[in-house]
Design a protein around this ligand. Structure first.
Ligand code: TEU
Length: 586
């Protein structure tokens, strides 16, 4: 049994809800969601049990990567509203006892940011060194980019600027030039941006690609792994780089330490626990927690997150159990999530989105999340069991620059290899139908009206076809809905500290159908049983936990009323159950 932690900051027990503003609710009919739309739904969020709202970027942006390309950190994009709307939003959030967390995107800016315009204007501009500029490399008389790094969104990670003949680094698209964090003036400009929002009242930050801010000195060529092209994946030279912890410690000293904020770093390209421990362990004074990518990468082959590889429950169990137990006693704290704006819908990915199993498997995944230790993250629409849009939608429905660029790259390669324009791309559409980021970005389905009640205009992105029968209004009125279940599940989590803070003991380790674990906290234990498949399955608890006495039912996705616990339990398709037991004192 573990000892309760001495200090339990508020953000540990928080349920965070991520809003993707463009797709949440459009209040002014222009087809894009806005701050006024979010304000209109604050009661909906409060009623669900949300403690913290995380807003994906709403700053001024050309939206080349949906706002993760910021052209002014201290203003709201007109599509979303104004700074005054943001103040009203904050007021509404705080009035309901919730908190507001902003997305901090400071690995890069937009190429339309004034900082970059100055940087680009001349080699002698004082801001030249705010970004990462290098001359090209001459190989056999031909000019190549400074190194062979591949952009995360396909092609070279360098863009040549004809005015000065130099290249700038962009790990993401060319409209997202990387800031030069090695320049102390850049860092202090970033601390100022953070202070601006903290002063205005925000309660914390989700930090985009924060482990990518320090690049390896000399920017060496990446090893050759993809023989079909010149550009190579280079995360070993930009993820968790040499100065990253120095810079985040400085951020902590300059900004974070002066306030009571929630901070979560996004840390892609990293599966190694020890690597991430450095960001999170309290004595390091960096961040509260990070989003590790091991679970999100479970079904991706190395070449792209947009492709699919099969995964087993055994792999998922091993990943979850490792992170759940990792350095608990030293204060490592998890961020628990299975869905966000960069991934396909969890019910389609980890559950079963067929008509028969969608509701029950979405609820099972809710139990899976709320019974893990860590701060809980729910993505908009997850509380309704929203699923991927259908395979029948063509490539024109995929708006995301990641999907578009990857599609074009593969198409060009095929055209070249086959010597014809018309090439078969259906296999890639199969993959996209399962893995593209676009699935998470379709508009929220509020009701059965036109465009799911998301907008009175033309939505910036098509609403999933199922909105007439699958929407918030219909679910709120139905006690058996996914929404009603999430609401109950979030309450159950809050009522049982063992679910938030307890340790994690995996049972039935090699079972490929059932994920079962116990959690222990002080004198309380919880038992969690999750069937990840359609078929019924029997579990002999007598064998695994040596008896079921005094376990009380607290949550299940089949019946609402208590189901007693027998030593031999039969779990139905995608069934999930949670039991809690108080130890007998003496
Ligand atoms: O994502 C960082 C990231 O590396 C990935 O999750 C990325 O989406 C993936 O590699 C693409 O296939 C963050 C944001 O969450 C994402 O939306 C942005 O596009 C990206 O940074 C750039 O700001």
């Amino acid at each position: 049994m573990s000892t309760p932690p001495h200090v339990t900051p508020w953000w540990k027990s928080a349920s965070v809800y991520q809003i993707y503003p463009a797709s949440f609710l459009d209040a002014n009919g222009d087809g894009t969601g806005d701050l006024a739309g979010i304000i209109a739904k604050l009661d909906y969020l409060k009623d669900l049990g949300v403690d913290v709202i995380w807003l994906s970027p709403i700053y001024r942006s050309p939206l080349a990567d949906m706002g993760y390309d910021i052209s002014d950190y201290e203003d709201i994009d007109a599509r979303y509203g104004t700074l005054e709307d943001w103040d009203r939003l904050l007021e509404g959030v705080h009035a309901r006892g919730m908190k507001l967390m902003m997305d901090l995107v400071v690995n890069h800016t937009s190429d339309e940011h004034a900082w970059f315009a100055a940087s680009k204007s001349s080699k002698n501009d004082p801001k030249r060194d705010w970004y990462i500029w290098r001359p090209g490399k001459i190989v056999d008389g031909e000019e190549l980019p400074p190194n062979n790094w591949e952009s995360l969104f396909s092609g070279s990670a360098w863009e040549r600027d004809s005015a000065t003949g130099e290249y700038y680094l962009h790990l993401f698209i060319s409209k997202q030039p990387d800031l030069n964090w090695d320049n102390p003036v850049v860092r202090s400009a970033i601390w100022d941006v953070m202070r601006f929002w903290v002063r205005r009242g925000c309660d914390g930050f989700r930090m985009d690609a924060i482990n990518c801010i320090s690049k390896t000195d000399g920017l060496p060529d990446a090893p050759l792994v993809d023989h079909t092209q010149y550009y190579q994946p280079a995360s070993m030279y930009f993820a968790n780089g040499p100065q990253v912890h120095r810079y985040i410690k400085q951020m902590h000293a300059e900004v974070l330490s002066h306030h009571d904020l929630i901070t979560v770093g996004e840390t892609p390209f990293t599966h190694e626990e020890s690597e991430l421990a450095a960001y999170v362990l309290p004595q390091n004074r960096e961040l509260n927690m990070v989003f590790h990518f091991e679970l999100m990468d479970i079904d991706s082959p190395p070449e792209s997150q947009l492709l699919r590889k099969p995964w087993t429950l055994g792999e998922l169990k091993a990943i979850v159990s490792r992170w759940q137990r990792f350095m608990r006693d030293d204060g490592f704290w998890n961020a628990v999530y299975i869905e966000n704006h960069d991934h396909a819908r969890s019910v389609s990915r980890f559950g079963n989105d067929s008509a028969q199993w969608r509701t029950v498997s979405a609820k099972m995944l809710a139990v899976f999340e709320i019974t893990q230790t860590g701060t809980l993250f729910v993505y908009q629409g997850q509380e309704l069991g929203l699923k991927n849009f259908p395979r029948t939608w063509g490539i024109e429905e995929y708006n995301d620059v990641a999907a578009q660029n990857y599609w074009n790259l593969i198409k060009e390669k095929r055209q070249k290899a086959q010597g014809k324009k018309d090439v078969d791309m259906s296999d890639l559409l199969d993959s996209f139908a399962q893995k593209a980021r676009d699935h998470a970005r379709t508009p929220m389905q509020w009701n059965a009206g036109a465009h799911g009640g998301f907008t009175t205009g033309t939505p910036w992105m098509r609403v999933n076809d199922d909105y007439p029968e699958w929407n918030a209004e219909q679910q709120i009125g139905d006690d058996t809905s996914v929404h009603a279940f999430w609401k109950r599940a979030l309450k159950v989590r809050k009522a049982h500290d063992v679910l938030i803070y307890g340790d994690f003991v995996m049972l039935l380790e090699t079972d490929e159908q059932v994920f079962a674990y116990t959690r222990n906290y002080g004198s309380t234990s919880a038992l969690v049983l999750l069937n990840f498949k359609e078929g019924k399955v029997e579990v002999d608890l007598g064998e695994v936990i040596g008896g079921v006495a005094r376990y009380a039912f607290v949550l299940g996705n089949y019946e609402k009323e208590a189901i007693g616990l027998e030593e031999k339990v039969t779990l139905r398709g995608y069934e999930a159950r949670v039991y809690v037991r108080e130890a007998l004192l003496n």
